[in-house]
Design a protein around this ligand. Sequence first.
Ligand code: B12
Ligand code: SF4
Length: 533
Amino acid sequence: MAVCLISPRHRPSAWTYDYAVPFLQGAKRSWMVSGALVAVAALVPQPHTVELVDENVQPIDLEDLQRFDVIGVTGTVAQAERIFQILDDLRSLPATIVVGGPLVSISEQSFTGRCDVCFVGEADETWPKFLEALAAGEPVEARYEQADKTNMTTVPVPRFDLVRSAHYQLAPIQFSRGCPFQCEFCDIITVFGRRPRTKTPDQVIAEVEALRASGFRLCFLVDDNFIGNKVEAKRLLRRLVDWQRANGFPLQFSTEASLNLAEDPELLDLMHQANFRQVFVGIESPRAASLTETKKHQNVGRDSLLTRIARIRDGGLVINGGFIIGFDNDDLQIFEEQFEFIQASGIANLSMGPLIPVPTTPLFDRLKREGRLDYSDPEINYIPKLMTREQLKTGVQDLLERLFEPEVYFQRLFDGYAGSPEFRRRRAAVTVRPRPVQRLGQYAFAAVTAVRLARAMVADGSVRKHAAAVFTVRARNRSLDADSRMDFPTLVGVWLSYWHFYKVARSRRAIVFEPVLESTSGSGQPAIVPAAS
Ligand code: B12
Ligand code: SF4
């Protein structure tokens, strides 16, 4: 059989750097390869063939899709509108239409009548079995859900060979699934469970080799929580350190981890040695009562949040933060409190959204019991306790815009950078000095990028305030000692990432109110539910 897997175009969102990608070197079209596409492709058994269509890098050609026997569509809530449009288009084709991935896993009712077969949750065992049965002409089910969670030690190397590295900035590797914590709003633990399951270091090394052979230099470890099992994470890191040393540090890593990373200096040190550069951390709220209410107990520790953030930065990692507003303990003061906290944290890049009761989560069930799910507002699907929905929406939106004003953004970025000599020392230790000719190339490219960025700001009508910020940034940079100053290419890179967040914060529906799944509340009302932050 000929199998095709599609990842639909996504809306601009915080972590997909949509507004920065057009400025990147080379023919980059998308920030990151879809982890699902390459993993699900690897599960297609021989002798069936598989091709990938990532709509974020190439258009979907319906004519061409006529030649496939099975077409699978994946996607998250950030792709929801497009998933449904594509499924409608695919109905006219002869292929068996299949859907899997994070969106269908939390809202399968929305897909009723829109596909032939759906896969809820992990599909490492069910998907190959389904293909074999279909090829043999045996009966197949309309719905598959694995009885047991996947044994990660059996998962094959993703098919990185099916994507063009030139089109992407970074590629995914997944070491573990699941997270030991119990945050009330989280659908990770309802879909993937609370016992982290890991691959072996040998498996990951094989993936790292395959990824490198495909031409990638940046890798995102797409774990729900990379340190969910610290013992196994350290075992892997030791192997990665050896591999990086033996191969001249060909890869830079980033990942997602819980805040208790700050409590393990050995782990932080191993990450630094293995060339980890960034980590996303769900901080959610500076308010302890809100964290406790949402069972994010790991964030309410002996040491303050700011102390722990500083410790991770001192470990050499840039922290990307996730924040949520709208907990039952959040009153109108929370907006100012979040602002003050984020400014003090030195976390430059962050996503912030209203609390969202996602189907399958304990939060969703609790609010349903309390009669507080309400789909009459297409953007906020519950009744907050200490503010109105309108206050929540405008409060989050105003806060986002404020946080990504140029002066505000660069102030916290430089405060974080200047405030951690240890970060700067560790960064200097892993920075490879380019040869003079490479350096010249970097400066030339940075100069062209700076001009293109300035043009984009003119077109956007925001050039005046940005021109003012250029002088502040220059002055802040010069106030650092000579060894710590960012060079011109680094500064342009920082501006690019700022530009993405500036734009996304102002494109209201892009970051705050993700669309669209029809109600799974059981209320019978057709409805729209926004995405998790
Ligand atoms: C890495 C990651 C990212 C990365 C990269 C995304 C990418 N390009 O792949 C970055 C940082 C860019 C990112 C951004 C965002 N993310 Co994200 N991200 C993840 C994370 C941690 C891992 C995804 C991954 O690669 N998994 C590895 C693959 C192999 O696993 P999988 O997708 O689950 O696939 C398995 C099954 O689902 C199934 N399957 C999947 N597809 C298909 C298709 C077929 C045909 C079949 C048969 C089976 C099948 O088989 C696979 C093997 O078992 C997930 C959490 C998670 N565990 O899902 C969140 C997650 C997907 N992200 C989420 C969100 C909300 C976002 C953002 C909107 C955040 C924001 N506010 O900006 C953006 C939107 C990005 C986008 N455009 O899609 C949500 C989605 C919620 C939902 N239920 O839809 C998740 C689930 C996290 C959460 N609970 O909040 N994300
Ligand atoms: S730490 Fe993150 S992944 Fe783990 S339960 Fe909490 S929100 Fe979910």
